[in-house]
Design a protein around this ligand. Structure first.
Ligand code: SF4
Length: 206
């Protein structure tokens, strides 16, 4: 593999240009837009979801549909804005009908996610739902058991699984023990961890 083929040798902008032209898996045939990811390229906190949904596919931006609005609410509850974080998905093209991406599709897209993580070098990665959690931490327990757990990962990065915001839309109760309540507890832990360990850089600082 020469450098022009190596996603790790690219800048984030060049990587995005590469991914926007990608046809490495069948999802390229049904997508409207590639959803590369966006946010603060020097973020302490990176969020990784499963894949783009319909609104994301139509716009090319991650987490901008109803689940994205719910995610914004969760982040805002502890004072975290999109300007502080970087957000992407395991696969950059929408699986038809929002099905779970196939293993081969995730394998094809994985070098891009790995390159994004290497370039952004976050301190904390929040995985949203089972798919990104199992992808980055193979063998991790189900999301209902391990959400809110800090899992030491590679290069000093910690991974914290949380419920996917679309799950919160399906279960609107705020009562103690509900997914919303548990997510609020989890995001508070993330906030506290960032306050203690983060570099606290916003896009205005870079
Ligand atoms: Fe390429 Fe990833 Fe899109 Fe598949 S999902 S076509 S690997 S960018």
């Amino acid at each position: 593999m020469n450098h022009t083929d190596d996603p790790y040798a690219l800048t984030l902008e060049a990587l995005e240009e590469r991914v926007n032209r990608c046809t490495q898996c069948p999802l390229s045939e049904t997508r409207t837009h590639v959803v590369f990811g966006e946010g603060n390229a020097q973020a302490d906190l990176m969020l990784v979801g499963e894949g783009p949904g319909e609104v994301e596919d139509n716009t090319g931006h991650p987490f901008v549909g109803p689940a994205g609005h719910k995610l914004d609410d969760v982040l805002a509850s502890v004072g975290i804005s999109r300007a502080e974080i970087y957000i992407t998905n395991v696969v950059k093209c929408r699986p038809p009908g929002n099905r779970v991406p196939a293993k081969k599709e995730m394998e094809a897209c994985d070098p891009y996610l790995e390159a994004q993580i290497a370039l952004i070098n976050p301190k904390l990665i929040v995985t949203l739902g089972n798919t990104p959690t199992q992808w980055l931490v193979p063998g991790a327990g189900g999301i209902t058991h391990i959400h809110g757990t800090f899992i030491p990962w590679r290069g000093g990065i910690e991974i914290v699984p949380m419920f996917h915001p679309s799950y919160l839309l399906r279960y609107p109760s705020r009562s103690k023990g509900s997914p919303k309540y548990l997510t609020w507890m989890d995001i508070k832990k993330v906030r506290e961890w960032l306050d203690e360990h983060g570099r606290n850089r916003s896009s205005d600082d870079v």
